[in-house]
Design a protein around this ligand. Structure first.
Ligand SMILES: [Fe+2]
Ligand SMILES: [Fe+2]
Length: 247
């Protein structure tokens, strides 16, 4: 059973808690002329998420299935959504398309270049290529310029939350990197020579809502939270960590 919350105008968070993982898996639906689902979710969650989507829009009218990178919680059920919605297409960054989606998906994706904007009705969506943020070469994130929502994927992931929106996502996420309820998460996000610049770019978008895949979403000064998370990553997993010994 999924919980549905509207976290911005016509932006819905569909949250499913998976006990075995100790994690929420959140999908986001933008209800507009061309409805978009961000994250296809795992196959195991498909029936549950389909029920939730059906309560918001006719799932047969879905037009876009977006995601950050190629993993089961992002893309597992992609082809089931394409089967359920005859006009739906994957919405993919160029690297994701060429490395995985061109081969994996039942229909060819609409490919967006870095910084390209697509209109889906009232909402305008900008794709930002974010290699290795949160992870994988093909990673990108999506920014809803209309409602100033950044779809963050695994950035700021938190274990075991219940509230749909929380003020302390940064503290909770950083604690998870350092110790985690089920072990440290520090290997989930690498820190490359481009990581800080990528977070600066995301912060410069000025998001008012951070729509996070695992855990609560955040409403407020998204730029400050993204910059602080980057600093924490540099300290915990990146060049400022005290020592790699024992890791
Ligand atoms: Fe991921
Ligand atoms: Fe994830």
């Amino acid at each position: 059973m999924s919980r549905i919350d509207e976290i911005a105008a016509d932006v819905f968070r569909i949250s499913t808690y998976v006990e075995a993982a100790g994690l929420q898996f959140n999908q986001f639906l933008i209800r507009d002329d061309e409805p978009l689902l961000y994250h296809a979710g795992q196959n195991a969650l498909f029936a549950d998420v389909l029920d939730a989507v059906t309560s918001l829009v006719d799932p047969g009218t879905l037009r876009w299935i977006g995601f950050s990178h190629f993993e089961a919680d992002e893309c597992g059920a992609l082809n089931r959504w394409l089967a359920a919605a005859p006009n739906a297409l994957p919405l993919a960054g160029l690297v994701a398309a060429r490395t995985s989606i061109d081969d994996f998906a039942a229909r060819a994706p609409r490919v967006l270049a870095d910084d390209e904007v697509v209109g889906i009705g009232r909402h305008r969506l900008r794709l930002v290529a974010t290699p290795h943020v949160p992870h994988n070469w093909e990673a990108s994130l999506l920014f809803d310029e209309t409602e100033r929502v950044l779809f963050c994927s695994d950035v700021l992931a938190q274990h075991g939350r219940t509230a749909p929106v929380a003020a302390d996502v940064l503290e909770h996420a950083v604690r998870g990197l350092e110790q985690g309820e089920r072990g440290p998460m520090r290997h989930a996000i690498p820190y490359t020579g481009d990581t800080q610049a990528t977070f600066e770019r995301l912060a410069d978008l000025g998001p008012a809502t951070l729509a996070i895949m695992h855990g609560a979403s955040y409403q407020g000064d998204g730029a400050a939270v993204l910059r602080a998370y980057d600093r924490a990553l540099a300290r915990v997993v990146g060049p400022e960590r005290p020592s790699a010994a024992g890791r």
